[in-house]
Design a protein around this ligand. Structure first.
Ligand SMILES: N[C@@H](CCC(=O)N[C@@H](CS)C(=O)NCC(=O)O)C(=O)O
Length: 317
């Protein structure tokens, strides 16, 4: 793996992402333009990106929970025909996320062999990590945005069909924002803070936060179907990728093992309810998620051996 420096890919291990106490620190995404209905600028970045069917493309990986958010928004909003996708290979090498020449892990749009080529082509002076998801504009050959939270929000707002699902309903925005913040810090990124911790203290702190929050969410779901309001919203969408990876990956690979997802009386049926919504199961590749999290890592899995279990069964509720 490497990093981009001034628009050029360097094959070198990026600087450690931990603070002095061994706590994992996630880098901020910096490519932040927005697609809008009229092409005006969004909350950050430049304007010029009008919501048009067929104009945009997503670069994702099946294993990445952040990329999963974008795939979920695409299917829930019915944008499969409007937004095309390239799926990276399950394994990464020193080129980072890579694509094969043909088949399901190739890139039919640009024919690239590594994601860093998208960054050098569409973000000329970019310095930073080469991450998925990337939202690409075919018309201007530019990266619109590489932050999954923005991508979900802009798809909801710019592509929402009249009468279609509203993932960010006006009546529940404060509640959704509150859940998003809490779930990002303690659950979505919490599992990474546990798995990437470099000291016992950093791990203890992170794993406690993960389970305190999962318990609280489980209790909240005892009396209701969704996190905010009466419908599936962005908050549910953003929790789901972590739940989908919990037992196959985080429980063992990231040592988040006080409980399994299947041990929670309300979270487990909630996760299965989402999984069985139209199109969602097609966004989950448990096998590839597991391979991704158990890929070779000097710190976490030096031999790269992928465990056989657990067997995954997500029956309808
Ligand atoms: N802030 C980004 C984070 C994305 C991210 O960290 N993606 C990981 C995969 S799960 C990645 O591509 N990592 C490659 C790297 O950091 O070099 C988002 O939410 O979109």
């Amino acid at each position: 793996m490497g990093v981009m420096i001034d628009g050029r890919y360097q094959v070198e291990e990026p600087a450690p992402r931990t603070d002095a106490a061994g706590r994992y620190q996630r880098a901020r995404s910096t490519l932040r333009h927005w697609i809008t209905t009229g092409g005006g600028p969004g909350p950050t970045g430049d304007g010029g990106f009008v919501a048009e069917s067929g104009r945009y493309h997503l670069f994702v990986s099946w294993s990445c929970p952040w990329a999963h958010r974008a795939l979920l928004a695409r299917v829930v909003l019915g944008l499969e025909d409007a937004i095309t996708v390239s799926f990276a290979e399950p394994r990464r090498d020193e080129q980072g996320w890579i694509y094969s020449k043909s088949g399901e892990f190739s890139d039919p749009l640009l024919g690239i062999r590594a994601l860093h080529q998208v960054y050098s082509r569409g973000a000329a002076a970019y310095t930073g990590r080469v991450t998925v998801p990337v939202l690409w504009d075919k018309k201007t050959e530019t990266i619109v945005n590489n932050e999954s939270a923005d991508i979900v929000r802009m798809l909801c707002q710019a592509f929402a069909a009249p009468g279609g699902p509203d993932l960010y309903p006006a009546a529940h925005r404060d509640e959704i924002d509150g859940w998003n913040e809490r779930i990002y810090a303690n659950v979505n990124n919490g599992v990474y803070r546990a798995g990437f911790a470099r000291t016992q203290e950093a791990y203890d702190e992170a794993v406690a936060q993960v389970f305190e929050n999962l318990e609280a969410i489980d209790a909240h779901l005892a009396a209701r179907d969704w996190l905010a309001g009466e419908t599936f919203t962005e908050a549910d969408l953003r929790l789901f990728p972590t739940l989908a990876r919990f037992d196959v990956a985080y429980h063992y690979a990231f040592k988040c093992n006080l409980k399994r997802l299947t041990d929670f009386p309300n979270l487990w049926p909630y996760a299965r309810r989402i999984y069985h919504m139209p199109g969602i199961a097609g966004t989950v590749r448990f096998d590839i998620c597991k391979r991704g999290y158990f890929s070779k890592s000097e710190l976490r899995n030096p031999l790269g051996i992928v465990p056989a279990g657990p067997v995954v069964d997500w029956p309808p509720v």
